[in-house]
Design a protein around this ligand. Structure first.
Ligand code: TMP
Ligand code: ASP
Length: 243
C-alpha cells in the first residue's frame, strides 16, 4: 500500500486514501494490544484472519439489511470500505458479564444479564477510553439524541443477528464492540456500521466447553490465539487454505 497516502493509524489497523474520495482502504495489522497498549505483541497472521472474519460478518450483516462500510476484500490484509466520518464512540453490547463489566460491578464472569446492555466508551486512548453516558454524548456534541437512538436500535439489531449467527456455529456471543460513522446520502446523513467485527472486538465462547475463542486469550496470556481465531473462521465457513 506504500503508494497510497496513510490517513489514520490505529492499534490494529491503518486507513489509506484511494483515487475515489468516497472510498478508503482498511489494512489489518498483526499488532495485538490490550489494557490500552500496556500489553503489546505482534501475532503473525492475526491481521489476515481478522480481515477474513470481518469480511464474512459484514457481508452477513449486509444480507440482513444492516448498512455498513464494507465494499469488498482486496487481498489478504486489505478491504475497500466506504469513507465515513467516524462517531468517536465505542458502542459495547453485553449479553453475558465479562471483562471490565465484572470488575466494575463485582459480578462473576459468565452470568447472563437479565437484558442486553449497551454501554458507550469514548474513543480516547490518552484517557483510557472512559465510560460515558448519553448525556456526555449530547453535551460534547459527539452525536445528537436522534443519532443516539438510532445507534442503540442498530446495535441491538446487530446483536440479534450476530447472536443467531454464532449460535448456529455453537459459539456464545458474550459481548462485542462496534463503531458507527456518518455518510452523506443525498441531503441527509446516514449512520452506518464501520470499523471491524472480529475476535479482537468480540468475546466468543465455545458453547460446549466455554473455551475462549477471542482476544482474551492474549489479554490473559492463555496462548493459542491464532488457533482460536482459525477455529472461529472455520466454523463461519471461511476457506483458510491460503494461510
Ligand atoms: P471490556 O469488557 O474490556 O469493556 O470490553 C467489552 C467488549 O468490547 C469486548 O468484547 C472487547 C470490546 N472492546 C474492544 O474491542 N475495544 C475497546 O476499546 C473496548 C473498550 C472494548
Ligand atoms: N483499548 C484496548 C487496547 O488497548 C482494547 C482491549 O483491551 O482489548 O487495545
Amino acid at each position: 500500500m506504500s503508494e497510497n497516502k496513510i490517513l489514520y493509524e490505529g492499534k490494529a489497523k491503518q486507513l489509506f486514501a484511494t483515487e475515489n474520495e468516497f472510498e478508503l482502504i482498511q489494512f489489518f495489522k498483526d499488532d495485538a494490544t490490550a489494557f490500552n497498549k500496556k500489553k503489546h505483541e505482534i501475532i503473525n497472521s492475526k491481521g489476515v484472519l481478522n480481515n477474513l472474519i470481518s469480511e464474512n460478518i459484514f457481508k452477513y450483516l449486509g444480507s440482513k439489511n444492516i448498512p455498513n462500510h464494507f465494499i469488498k476484500r482486496l487481498n489478504e490484509r486489505e478491504q475497500l470500505i466506504k469513507k465515513v466520518e467516524i462517531i468517536p464512540i465505542e458502542v459495547v453490547v453485553r449479553n453475558i458479564a465479562a471483562g471490565t463489566f465484572t470488575q466494575r460491578f463485582g459480578i462473576e464472569e459468565g452470568k447472563k444479564l437479565p437484558e442486553t446492555l449497551i454501554e458507550f466508551n469514548l474513543k480516547d486512548d490518552e484517557h483510557d477510553d472512559p465510560l460515558i453516558s448519553d448525556e456526555h454524548i449530547k453535551v460534547f456534541k459527539w452525536a445528537n439524541q436522534l443519532e443516539i437512538n438510532e445507534i442503540k436500535l442498530k446495535a441491538l439489531s446487530i446483536n440479534n443477528h450476530l447472536t443467531e449467527l454464532f449460535n448456529s456455529i455453537d459459539i456464545l456471543l458474550v459481548d462485542f464492540k462496534i463503531e458507527f460513522g456518518r455518510t452523506q446520502s443525498g441531503n441527509t446523513k446516514e449512520i452506518i456500521l464501520a470499523d471491524e467485527i472480529s475476535p479482537d472486538s468480540c468475546r466468543l465462547w465455545d458453547k460446549k466447553s466455554n473455551e475462549k475463542l477471542d482476544k482474551d486469550r492474549f489479554r490473559r496470556n492463555l496462548g493459542g490465539l491464532i488457533e482460536a481465531y482459525k477455529e472461529v473462521a472455520t466454523r463461519l465457513g471461511i476457506d483458510l487454505s491460503s494461510i
